[in-house]
Design a protein around this ligand. Structure first.
Ligand code: CDP
Ligand code: CDP
Length: 218
């Protein structure tokens, strides 16, 4: 029997991670935040002094990335880096290295290894299109850019006083454009993905929608 996978792809700050983690908890499935792997790789490269444009260098780091997800936290070489990887600068770095084919290839098998019984919920940009094309349910989760910028601002302002709404809107718009325009694994709604626009939807309703679709699919 194949192990169930629910993929939730979509643009920045749409609520993918929040919804995916809650759906996983409800079903007792594992959860993989694939964006965290790209963010960790960008942070690791920065710390190793490897330029984000050095494709072979960053891919080599991605292959041996000393990253762990445990106790609800993200660790790089044993150090808790939850806040460090969430900085918008690292989001930009993640988007830059994510356009490099060798880096995507280096992270591919690592992502597939998270598919364990009884199932997996995962979010990112290409989880339904490339990493798990045979997923049980594929969701494309989105929201208006202004709504997404407001959500990211509220997340960041609780950690850094310098969070600036116009800059966040500009950054996520730029990152979405780059993620959608790249030639490898671009961000887009696949024909077999269900569209979930959460611009005017609470987290609870979004979770209920995904669970409802999943029930129909099994
Ligand atoms: O993973 P992604 O970048 O798509 O977004 P996230 O980090 O899960 O969500 C960004 C923020 O939006 C979180 O603080 C969520 O609680 C919030 N959110 C919301 O307010 N309403 C929704 N329907 C979905 C998310
Ligand atoms: O939290 P947010 O939605 O802003 O971003 P993220 O999911 O943490 O991803 C950071 C960056 O990694 C994205 O802008 C993408 O360029 C890249 N990424 C990707 O290319 N493929 C994935 N499956 C996940 C993330």
């Amino acid at each position: 029997m194949t192990i169930a996978v629910i993929t939730i792809d979509g643009p920045s700050a749409s609520g993918k991670g929040t919804v995916a983690a809650l759906v996983a908890a409800k079903l007792g499935f594992a959860y993989l935040d694939s964006g965290a792997l790209y963010r960790l790789t960008a942070l690791y490269a920065q710390r190793c002094g490897t330029s984000w444009s050095d494709e072979a260098g960053v891919a080599a780091l991605a292959r041996t990335l000393p990253a762990e997800f445990r106790d609800g936290g993200v660790y790089l070489a044993g150090e808790a880096v939850d806040d460090a990887i969430r900085a918008e600068e690292i989001g930009m770095g993640a988007s830059a290295i994510a356009a490099l084919p060798l880096v995507r290839e280096a992270l591919l098998e690592r992502q597939r290894a998270y598919r364990v019984a009884p199932g997996l919920v995962t979010d990112g940009r290409d989880m339904g299109s490339v990493v798990f094309p045979d997923a049980s349910l594929k969701v494309f989760l989105t929201a208006d850019a202004q709504v997404r910028a407001d959500r990211r601002y509220k997340q960041l302002i609780s950690k850094e006083d310098s969070a600036n709404l116009p800059r966040i809107l500009q950054d996520i718009t730029e990152r979405d454009a780059r993620d959608a325009a790249r030639s490898v694994a671009p961000l887009r709604q696949e024909p077999d993905a269900r569209l979930l626009d959460t611009s005017e939807m609470t987290v609870d309703l979004a979770v209920a929608a995904v669970l409802g679709w999943f029930e129909q699919s099994v």
